[in-house]
Design a protein around this ligand. Sequence first.
Ligand code: NAP
Length: 352
Amino acid sequence: MSEKFKVGILGATGVVGQRFIQLLENHPQFEVAALAASDRSQGKAYAEACVWRLPGEMPERVKRIVVQPPAPPLDCDFVFSSLPGEVAKDAEESFAKAGYPVISNSSSHRMDADVPLLIPEVNHEHIALIDAQRTAHGYDRGFIVTNPNCSAIVIVLALAPLQARYGVTSCVVTTMQALSGAGYPGVASLDAADNVVPFIGGEEEKIEAETLKLLGQLGNGRIEDAEMLVSAQCNRVNVSDGHTASVRVKLSQPASLDQVRDALGSFTSLPQELKLHSAPARPIIVRDEIDRPQPRLDRDAGNGMSITIGRIARDNVLDYRFVALGHNTIRGAAGAAILNAELLLARGYIRL
Ligand code: NAP
């Protein structure tokens, strides 16, 4: 492709916004053209508005872009949104109404009946909801697509191959979530150091609800939730990046330990077939060492787009248990949204 799509980023100065900018540098199909954030940042050059907190330099091409309000018009073909939920709701709707595809990280629209909650490896067929959404809201070119909560995406990537082969009837999950999941400055250092905080507002409800929608079936223009029981408990732990989930599952059909391991480790899907730019060759990496996965060692697997699963074992209460880990601001946020955009482009929903 000779001409790249011009991309706007809403919430460009935040933890996820900076990841978008980092991941989009040298992207073959997309280039950052417009940036938006709060009135604290508006009117300033990005280099002045943003304290860059990722390793490496702020990309040269964004430094002089002047930060604008998160409202249309922006000089771009579509927008990525990483706005706080309470701001995202109206802002994203106004962009969709103004004709912009909105590829969002925020939770505001995830559970809307006509908004795809998308993991391209898991439920790519859900993008057909866009047609119903456009009709219902009178959107012409615009629409809203969301990626899931940063823990839900790790859990559901792990459940999807088991659900497809054997069915999953119950899932009990305990998360250990990184500090960067709370944005910047996030959790106060005196709360984080030497500590585990057993509460993350709204997180358990999001994981429980989003899992059922993500693994649900599309029929008659709507999603039928997966028939599965999900129970989640979430903890904030003193880790910079990388969410870990201890998962126990009950399957509908019997499967051996080898079969479970094979279902997870051999999993590939449409993004790998289409060779989408951000799709990891292996969405799930299974590790057999007794003490993996670990955030520091495994969060960057597949450029942060693979999840890593280890400790697969039979469980005394449910059928199997394992530990899954993924990078919360890459696979759980900016990378997930970019992969969604690549799929939407491949499927003709994003056009020049
Ligand atoms: P963050 O670091 O706090 O960044 C928030 C961004 O939104 C900043 O660019 C900020 O701009 C902007 N903003 C704040 N209030 C605004 C307002 N009233 N109007 C316009 N812009 C405003 O948060 P984050 O971690 O990047 O999270 C962003 C979104 O992604 C949230 O909805 C979050 O739930 C979701 N998410 C986060 C993660 C993660 O791992 N962090 C993962 C998945 C999803 P200023 O700098 O100008 O204040």
